[in-house]
Design a binder for this molecule. Structure first.
Ligand SMILES: *Cc1c(COP(=O)(O)O)cnc(C)c1O
Length: 417
Protein backbone atom coordinates (compact mmCIF):
# COMPACT_ATOMS: atom_id res chain seq x y z
CA UNK A 1 0.00 0.00 0.00
CA UNK A 2 1.32 3.43 -0.86
CA UNK A 3 2.33 5.79 1.88
CA UNK A 4 0.50 9.12 1.54
CA UNK A 5 3.50 10.88 3.15
CA UNK A 6 3.81 13.16 6.14
CA UNK A 7 2.22 16.17 4.39
CA UNK A 8 -1.17 14.44 4.43
CA UNK A 9 -2.97 15.54 7.62
CA UNK A 10 -5.07 12.37 7.51
CA UNK A 11 -1.91 10.29 7.64
CA UNK A 12 -0.94 12.07 10.85
CA UNK A 13 -4.36 11.36 12.34
CA UNK A 14 -4.22 7.74 11.20
CA UNK A 15 -0.88 7.42 12.98
CA UNK A 16 -2.68 8.27 16.22
CA UNK A 17 -4.56 4.96 16.06
CA UNK A 18 -3.66 1.47 17.14
CA UNK A 19 -4.39 -0.29 13.89
CA UNK A 20 -4.69 -4.07 14.25
CA UNK A 21 -1.53 -5.50 12.71
CA UNK A 22 -1.99 -7.05 9.28
CA UNK A 23 -5.64 -6.12 9.17
CA UNK A 24 -7.80 -3.70 7.26
CA UNK A 25 -10.28 -2.72 9.93
CA UNK A 26 -13.61 -1.74 8.37
CA UNK A 27 -15.80 -2.25 11.43
CA UNK A 28 -15.47 1.21 12.95
CA UNK A 29 -19.26 1.59 12.93
CA UNK A 30 -19.55 -1.28 15.38
CA UNK A 31 -16.56 -0.54 17.58
CA UNK A 32 -14.19 2.26 16.63
CA UNK A 33 -10.48 1.69 17.26
CA UNK A 34 -8.41 3.07 20.12
CA UNK A 35 -6.33 6.18 19.49
CA UNK A 36 -3.25 7.14 21.46
CA UNK A 37 -4.99 10.35 22.45
CA UNK A 38 -8.00 8.50 23.87
CA UNK A 39 -5.69 6.11 25.69
CA UNK A 40 -3.66 8.99 27.10
CA UNK A 41 -6.81 10.62 28.53
CA UNK A 42 -7.85 7.33 30.09
CA UNK A 43 -4.41 6.81 31.63
CA UNK A 44 -4.50 10.38 32.88
CA UNK A 45 -7.87 9.73 34.54
CA UNK A 46 -6.56 6.63 36.32
CA UNK A 47 -3.38 8.49 37.33
CA UNK A 48 -5.51 11.31 38.76
CA UNK A 49 -7.61 8.78 40.62
CA UNK A 50 -4.49 7.09 42.00
CA UNK A 51 -2.90 10.39 43.06
CA UNK A 52 -5.93 12.38 44.19
CA UNK A 53 -8.61 9.95 45.30
CA UNK A 54 -11.81 11.86 45.98
CA UNK A 55 -10.07 15.18 45.35
CA UNK A 56 -10.03 14.27 41.66
CA UNK A 57 -13.58 15.64 41.47
CA UNK A 58 -12.17 19.12 42.02
CA UNK A 59 -8.39 18.87 41.54
CA UNK A 60 -8.00 16.69 38.45
CA UNK A 61 -7.20 18.62 35.28
CA UNK A 62 -9.86 19.01 34.06
CA UNK A 63 -11.83 18.59 37.27
CA UNK A 64 -14.16 15.60 37.07
CA UNK A 65 -17.11 17.55 38.52
CA UNK A 66 -17.86 19.44 35.33
CA UNK A 67 -15.93 17.35 32.84
CA UNK A 68 -19.12 16.11 31.15
CA UNK A 69 -20.15 19.74 30.54
CA UNK A 70 -16.79 20.54 28.97
CA UNK A 71 -17.01 17.50 26.74
CA UNK A 72 -20.61 18.36 25.82
CA UNK A 73 -19.37 21.76 24.63
CA UNK A 74 -16.70 20.08 22.48
CA UNK A 75 -19.28 17.66 21.13
CA UNK A 76 -22.03 20.17 20.33
CA UNK A 77 -20.50 21.27 16.97
CA UNK A 78 -20.79 17.67 15.73
CA UNK A 79 -24.55 18.05 16.11
CA UNK A 80 -24.66 21.70 15.11
CA UNK A 81 -26.29 22.20 18.50
CA UNK A 82 -25.78 24.70 21.30
CA UNK A 83 -23.60 23.33 24.13
CA UNK A 84 -26.44 23.50 26.66
CA UNK A 85 -28.65 21.34 24.41
CA UNK A 86 -26.19 18.43 24.67
CA UNK A 87 -25.51 16.15 27.62
CA UNK A 88 -22.78 13.54 27.77
CA UNK A 89 -24.33 10.84 29.91
CA UNK A 90 -25.71 7.32 30.10
CA UNK A 91 -25.92 5.13 27.02
CA UNK A 92 -28.00 5.32 23.87
CA UNK A 93 -30.85 3.18 25.16
CA UNK A 94 -30.89 4.70 28.64
CA UNK A 95 -30.88 8.16 27.11
CA UNK A 96 -33.80 7.26 24.90
CA UNK A 97 -35.70 6.09 27.98
CA UNK A 98 -34.88 9.37 29.70
CA UNK A 99 -36.01 11.45 26.71
CA UNK A 100 -39.26 9.51 26.44
CA UNK A 101 -39.86 9.90 30.17
CA UNK A 102 -39.27 13.63 29.79
CA UNK A 103 -41.18 14.34 26.57
CA UNK A 104 -43.86 11.71 26.10
CA UNK A 105 -47.26 12.33 27.68
CA UNK A 106 -49.34 9.13 28.06
CA UNK A 107 -52.41 11.14 29.07
CA UNK A 108 -52.58 13.26 25.90
CA UNK A 109 -55.39 12.48 23.47
CA UNK A 110 -52.88 11.46 20.79
CA UNK A 111 -50.52 8.90 22.26
CA UNK A 112 -49.15 6.77 19.44
CA UNK A 113 -45.38 6.57 19.07
CA UNK A 114 -44.20 6.27 15.47
CA UNK A 115 -41.02 4.39 14.60
CA UNK A 116 -39.83 2.07 11.84
CA UNK A 117 -39.06 -1.64 11.66
CA UNK A 118 -35.45 -1.09 10.52
CA UNK A 119 -34.23 0.69 13.64
CA UNK A 120 -31.75 -1.00 15.97
CA UNK A 121 -33.73 -3.41 18.14
CA UNK A 122 -32.75 -1.70 21.40
CA UNK A 123 -34.60 1.46 20.36
CA UNK A 124 -37.75 -0.55 19.71
CA UNK A 125 -37.31 -2.34 23.05
CA UNK A 126 -37.15 1.04 24.76
CA UNK A 127 -40.25 2.32 22.96
CA UNK A 128 -42.25 -0.80 23.76
CA UNK A 129 -41.24 -1.02 27.40
CA UNK A 130 -41.80 2.69 27.85
CA UNK A 131 -45.37 2.40 26.57
CA UNK A 132 -45.99 -0.61 28.86
CA UNK A 133 -44.58 1.26 31.83
CA UNK A 134 -47.03 4.08 31.13
CA UNK A 135 -49.92 1.60 31.11
CA UNK A 136 -50.33 1.50 27.33
CA UNK A 137 -50.28 -1.50 25.01
CA UNK A 138 -47.36 -1.32 22.57
CA UNK A 139 -49.33 -3.52 20.16
CA UNK A 140 -51.76 -0.61 19.85
CA UNK A 141 -49.67 2.46 20.58
CA UNK A 142 -46.42 1.70 18.77
CA UNK A 143 -46.84 2.22 15.05
CA UNK A 144 -44.15 1.11 12.62
CA UNK A 145 -43.97 2.92 9.30
CA UNK A 146 -43.60 0.67 6.26
CA UNK A 147 -40.42 -0.24 4.43
CA UNK A 148 -40.87 -1.23 0.79
CA UNK A 149 -37.67 -3.22 0.36
CA UNK A 150 -36.79 -4.26 3.91
CA UNK A 151 -33.60 -2.19 3.70
CA UNK A 152 -34.53 1.46 3.31
CA UNK A 153 -37.27 3.93 4.22
CA UNK A 154 -38.94 6.52 2.01
CA UNK A 155 -39.50 10.00 3.36
CA UNK A 156 -43.00 10.09 1.88
CA UNK A 157 -43.93 6.83 3.64
CA UNK A 158 -42.67 8.13 6.98
CA UNK A 159 -44.56 11.39 6.51
CA UNK A 160 -47.73 9.54 5.48
CA UNK A 161 -47.46 7.55 8.72
CA UNK A 162 -47.54 10.81 10.73
CA UNK A 163 -51.28 10.51 11.29
CA UNK A 164 -53.33 12.48 13.85
CA UNK A 165 -53.03 9.86 16.62
CA UNK A 166 -49.21 10.16 16.60
CA UNK A 167 -47.68 12.17 19.44
CA UNK A 168 -43.98 11.39 19.03
CA UNK A 169 -41.76 9.92 16.30
CA UNK A 170 -38.30 8.34 16.53
CA UNK A 171 -36.15 7.37 13.58
CA UNK A 172 -32.47 6.53 13.18
CA UNK A 173 -30.52 9.28 11.41
CA UNK A 174 -28.52 6.58 9.60
CA UNK A 175 -29.99 3.07 9.44
CA UNK A 176 -27.59 0.65 11.09
CA UNK A 177 -27.96 -2.05 8.45
CA UNK A 178 -28.33 -0.39 5.05
CA UNK A 179 -26.46 2.81 5.93
CA UNK A 180 -29.27 4.99 4.56
CA UNK A 181 -29.21 8.58 5.85
CA UNK A 182 -32.73 9.91 6.35
CA UNK A 183 -33.79 13.43 5.40
CA UNK A 184 -33.89 14.80 8.93
CA UNK A 185 -34.90 18.25 7.79
CA UNK A 186 -37.96 17.15 5.81
CA UNK A 187 -39.02 14.71 8.50
CA UNK A 188 -38.70 17.29 11.25
CA UNK A 189 -40.64 19.88 9.28
CA UNK A 190 -43.40 17.40 8.45
CA UNK A 191 -43.63 16.25 12.07
CA UNK A 192 -43.79 19.77 13.43
CA UNK A 193 -46.44 20.80 10.88
CA UNK A 194 -48.53 17.97 12.31
CA UNK A 195 -47.88 18.79 15.95
CA UNK A 196 -45.67 15.72 16.42
CA UNK A 197 -42.50 15.62 18.52
CA UNK A 198 -39.62 14.07 16.60
CA UNK A 199 -36.24 12.70 17.58
CA UNK A 200 -33.39 10.81 15.99
CA UNK A 201 -30.97 8.13 17.06
CA UNK A 202 -27.62 9.37 15.77
CA UNK A 203 -25.51 6.38 16.84
CA UNK A 204 -24.57 5.61 13.25
CA UNK A 205 -24.30 9.19 12.06
CA UNK A 206 -22.35 11.08 14.72
CA UNK A 207 -18.78 11.50 13.56
CA UNK A 208 -19.60 10.45 9.97
CA UNK A 209 -22.35 12.92 9.08
CA UNK A 210 -22.42 16.66 9.86
CA UNK A 211 -25.69 17.41 11.62
CA UNK A 212 -27.21 20.87 11.76
CA UNK A 213 -29.64 20.68 14.65
CA UNK A 214 -29.49 24.45 15.12
CA UNK A 215 -31.30 24.80 11.80
CA UNK A 216 -33.30 21.55 11.66
CA UNK A 217 -34.32 21.77 15.33
CA UNK A 218 -35.67 18.28 16.06
CA UNK A 219 -37.01 17.83 19.58
CA UNK A 220 -34.49 15.31 20.82
CA UNK A 221 -31.72 12.89 19.87
CA UNK A 222 -29.59 10.20 21.46
CA UNK A 223 -26.46 8.35 20.37
CA UNK A 224 -23.43 6.36 21.45
CA UNK A 225 -19.73 7.27 21.20
CA UNK A 226 -18.17 3.88 20.61
CA UNK A 227 -18.77 3.78 16.85
CA UNK A 228 -17.30 6.65 14.74
CA UNK A 229 -16.31 8.54 17.89
CA UNK A 230 -13.82 5.83 18.93
CA UNK A 231 -14.47 6.32 22.64
CA UNK A 232 -14.25 2.64 23.54
CA UNK A 233 -16.50 -0.31 24.36
CA UNK A 234 -19.43 0.86 26.45
CA UNK A 235 -18.29 4.49 26.32
CA UNK A 236 -20.53 7.13 27.86
CA UNK A 237 -23.42 8.15 25.55
CA UNK A 238 -25.00 11.42 24.50
CA UNK A 239 -28.35 13.14 24.22
CA UNK A 240 -29.74 16.32 22.71
CA UNK A 241 -32.76 18.21 24.00
CA UNK A 242 -33.94 21.17 21.96
CA UNK A 243 -34.12 24.30 24.10
CA UNK A 244 -37.88 24.63 23.48
CA UNK A 245 -38.19 21.78 26.01
CA UNK A 246 -35.90 23.16 28.70
CA UNK A 247 -38.88 24.03 30.90
CA UNK A 248 -39.81 20.36 31.26
CA UNK A 249 -38.62 18.58 34.40
CA UNK A 250 -36.54 15.45 33.76
CA UNK A 251 -38.70 12.34 33.52
CA UNK A 252 -36.10 10.27 35.37
CA UNK A 253 -34.60 12.48 38.03
CA UNK A 254 -31.33 11.93 39.87
CA UNK A 255 -28.81 14.01 41.74
CA UNK A 256 -26.43 14.47 38.82
CA UNK A 257 -29.23 16.34 37.02
CA UNK A 258 -29.47 18.83 39.88
CA UNK A 259 -27.98 22.33 39.39
CA UNK A 260 -24.26 21.99 40.03
CA UNK A 261 -24.29 24.55 42.85
CA UNK A 262 -27.13 22.71 44.63
CA UNK A 263 -26.13 19.11 43.98
CA UNK A 264 -24.38 18.65 47.30
CA UNK A 265 -27.15 20.43 49.22
CA UNK A 266 -28.91 17.04 49.13
CA UNK A 267 -32.38 18.54 49.18
CA UNK A 268 -35.21 16.13 48.56
CA UNK A 269 -36.73 18.55 46.05
CA UNK A 270 -35.08 18.17 42.63
CA UNK A 271 -33.75 21.47 41.27
CA UNK A 272 -32.84 20.58 37.69
CA UNK A 273 -29.73 21.95 36.03
CA UNK A 274 -30.48 24.27 33.12
CA UNK A 275 -30.77 22.65 29.71
CA UNK A 276 -29.95 19.12 28.69
CA UNK A 277 -27.71 18.72 31.77
CA UNK A 278 -30.90 18.33 33.83
CA UNK A 279 -31.30 14.92 32.19
CA UNK A 280 -28.23 13.46 33.84
CA UNK A 281 -29.29 10.81 36.35
CA UNK A 282 -26.41 9.35 38.38
CA UNK A 283 -22.66 9.95 38.64
CA UNK A 284 -21.12 9.75 35.16
CA UNK A 285 -18.19 7.37 34.74
CA UNK A 286 -15.02 9.39 34.31
CA UNK A 287 -13.27 6.32 32.91
CA UNK A 288 -15.96 5.91 30.24
CA UNK A 289 -15.76 9.63 29.48
CA UNK A 290 -11.98 10.10 29.26
CA UNK A 291 -11.39 8.43 25.85
CA UNK A 292 -14.19 10.52 24.33
CA UNK A 293 -12.35 13.69 25.35
CA UNK A 294 -9.29 12.39 23.47
CA UNK A 295 -11.31 11.54 20.37
CA UNK A 296 -12.88 14.98 20.30
CA UNK A 297 -9.43 16.57 20.36
CA UNK A 298 -8.49 14.55 17.29
CA UNK A 299 -11.70 15.55 15.51
CA UNK A 300 -11.00 19.22 16.23
CA UNK A 301 -7.49 18.75 14.82
CA UNK A 302 -8.97 17.09 11.73
CA UNK A 303 -10.88 20.32 11.08
CA UNK A 304 -14.16 19.39 12.73
CA UNK A 305 -17.11 17.40 11.54
CA UNK A 306 -17.35 19.02 8.09
CA UNK A 307 -13.82 17.79 7.32
CA UNK A 308 -14.72 14.40 8.75
CA UNK A 309 -17.77 14.14 6.52
CA UNK A 310 -15.76 15.14 3.44
CA UNK A 311 -13.20 12.48 4.31
CA UNK A 312 -15.91 9.89 4.92
CA UNK A 313 -17.46 10.67 1.54
CA UNK A 314 -14.10 10.34 -0.21
CA UNK A 315 -13.66 6.91 1.38
CA UNK A 316 -17.17 5.62 0.62
CA UNK A 317 -16.90 6.93 -2.95
CA UNK A 318 -13.63 5.07 -3.46
CA UNK A 319 -15.12 1.95 -1.91
CA UNK A 320 -18.28 2.08 -4.01
CA UNK A 321 -16.41 2.72 -7.25
CA UNK A 322 -14.17 -0.27 -6.61
CA UNK A 323 -17.10 -2.50 -5.65
CA UNK A 324 -18.98 -1.60 -8.79
CA UNK A 325 -15.93 -2.14 -10.96
CA UNK A 326 -14.83 -5.43 -9.43
CA UNK A 327 -17.73 -7.14 -7.72
CA UNK A 328 -20.85 -6.77 -9.83
CA UNK A 329 -20.27 -10.07 -11.66
CA UNK A 330 -20.18 -11.87 -8.30
CA UNK A 331 -23.75 -11.29 -7.17
CA UNK A 332 -23.21 -8.34 -4.81
CA UNK A 333 -25.64 -5.45 -4.60
CA UNK A 334 -24.87 -2.23 -2.77
CA UNK A 335 -28.07 -1.58 -0.84
CA UNK A 336 -26.85 1.74 0.56
CA UNK A 337 -28.42 4.62 -1.39
CA UNK A 338 -26.04 6.37 -3.76
CA UNK A 339 -26.66 10.14 -3.33
CA UNK A 340 -24.40 11.73 -0.73
CA UNK A 341 -27.44 13.23 0.97
CA UNK A 342 -28.80 9.70 1.51
CA UNK A 343 -25.96 7.72 3.04
CA UNK A 344 -23.83 7.72 6.15
CA UNK A 345 -20.32 6.34 6.66
CA UNK A 346 -20.67 2.70 5.68
CA UNK A 347 -21.72 0.69 2.65
CA UNK A 348 -23.83 -2.43 2.93
CA UNK A 349 -23.44 -5.19 0.36
CA UNK A 350 -26.17 -7.76 -0.01
CA UNK A 351 -25.14 -11.28 -1.03
CA UNK A 352 -26.90 -14.60 -0.40
CA UNK A 353 -23.66 -16.01 1.02
CA UNK A 354 -22.85 -12.95 3.12
CA UNK A 355 -22.08 -14.86 6.31
CA UNK A 356 -19.53 -17.22 4.78
CA UNK A 357 -18.01 -14.45 2.69
CA UNK A 358 -17.53 -12.38 5.86
CA UNK A 359 -15.71 -15.29 7.49
CA UNK A 360 -13.46 -15.68 4.45
CA UNK A 361 -12.84 -11.94 4.36
CA UNK A 362 -11.78 -11.94 7.98
CA UNK A 363 -9.41 -14.81 7.27
CA UNK A 364 -8.01 -12.69 4.44
CA UNK A 365 -7.22 -9.85 6.85
CA UNK A 366 -10.22 -7.59 6.30
CA UNK A 367 -12.57 -6.98 9.22
CA UNK A 368 -16.11 -6.44 7.93
CA UNK A 369 -19.34 -6.79 9.84
CA UNK A 370 -22.13 -9.24 9.10
CA UNK A 371 -25.78 -8.32 9.61
CA UNK A 372 -28.35 -11.06 9.17
CA UNK A 373 -29.66 -12.25 6.91
CA UNK A 374 -27.45 -11.24 4.00
CA UNK A 375 -25.54 -8.01 4.60
CA UNK A 376 -21.82 -7.31 4.67
CA UNK A 377 -21.13 -3.90 6.13
CA UNK A 378 -17.90 -2.13 5.21
CA UNK A 379 -17.26 0.98 7.26
CA UNK A 380 -14.16 3.02 6.48
CA UNK A 381 -13.62 5.31 9.47
CA UNK A 382 -12.73 8.84 8.38
CA UNK A 383 -10.05 9.28 11.05
CA UNK A 384 -8.12 6.11 10.44
CA UNK A 385 -8.87 4.35 7.15
CA UNK A 386 -7.50 5.18 3.70
CA UNK A 387 -8.76 4.97 0.13
CA UNK A 388 -6.00 2.43 -0.54
CA UNK A 389 -7.42 0.22 2.19
CA UNK A 390 -10.88 0.47 0.63
CA UNK A 391 -9.49 -0.65 -2.72
CA UNK A 392 -7.39 -3.39 -1.17
CA UNK A 393 -10.40 -4.74 0.77
CA UNK A 394 -12.40 -5.02 -2.45
CA UNK A 395 -9.45 -6.65 -4.20
CA UNK A 396 -9.32 -9.31 -1.48
CA UNK A 397 -13.06 -9.80 -1.64
CA UNK A 398 -12.83 -10.30 -5.38
CA UNK A 399 -10.00 -12.77 -4.93
CA UNK A 400 -12.14 -14.75 -2.51
CA UNK A 401 -14.95 -14.87 -5.03
CA UNK A 402 -12.64 -15.89 -7.86
CA UNK A 403 -10.65 -18.49 -5.99
CA UNK A 404 -13.24 -20.05 -3.77
CA UNK A 405 -16.75 -20.17 -5.02
CA UNK A 406 -18.97 -19.47 -2.00
CA UNK A 407 -20.53 -22.95 -2.19
CA UNK A 408 -17.14 -24.36 -1.23
CA UNK A 409 -16.66 -22.14 1.81
CA UNK A 410 -16.49 -24.17 4.98
CA UNK A 411 -19.93 -24.28 6.56
CA UNK A 412 -19.98 -22.60 9.93
CA UNK A 413 -22.75 -21.75 12.31
CA UNK A 414 -23.99 -18.19 12.30
CA UNK A 415 -23.67 -16.40 15.62
CA UNK A 416 -26.79 -15.53 17.51
CA UNK A 417 -27.74 -12.10 16.13
C1 LIG B 1 -25.34 1.21 18.43
C2 LIG B 1 -26.77 1.55 18.60
C3 LIG B 1 -27.43 1.38 19.83
C4 LIG B 1 -26.73 0.83 21.02
O1 LIG B 1 -27.38 1.15 22.20
P1 LIG B 1 -26.53 1.21 23.58
O2 LIG B 1 -27.57 1.58 24.57
O3 LIG B 1 -25.47 2.24 23.37
O4 LIG B 1 -25.96 -0.13 23.80
C5 LIG B 1 -28.76 1.76 19.91
N1 LIG B 1 -29.41 2.26 18.86
C6 LIG B 1 -28.82 2.42 17.66
C7 LIG B 1 -29.60 2.99 16.50
C8 LIG B 1 -27.49 2.07 17.49
O5 LIG B 1 -26.90 2.21 16.30
Amino acid sequence: MSNPGPVDPWARLRAEFYLPPDQIYLDGNSLGLLSRRAEQKLLQATADWRRLGVDGWTEAKPAWLDWTERVAAQLAPLLGAAPDEVAVTGQTTVNLHQLLATLYDPAAPRRTILADPLNFASDLHALQSHLSLRGLDPAIHLKLAPTRDGMTLRTEDLVAAMTPEVQLALFPAVLFASGQLLDLEKLTRAAHERGILIGFDCSHSIGAVAHDFGRIAPDFACWCHYKYLNAGPGAIGGLYLNRRHFHRPPGLAGWWGVRADRRFAMHAAHEPAAGAAGLHIGTPSMLALAPLAGSLELIAEAGGVAALRARSLALTHALRAEIERELSPHGFTVVTPRPDSEHGGHLALAHPDAWRICQALKAAGVVPDFRPPNLIRLAPAPLCNTEDECREAVFRLRTIMLERRPESFPPSAQPAP
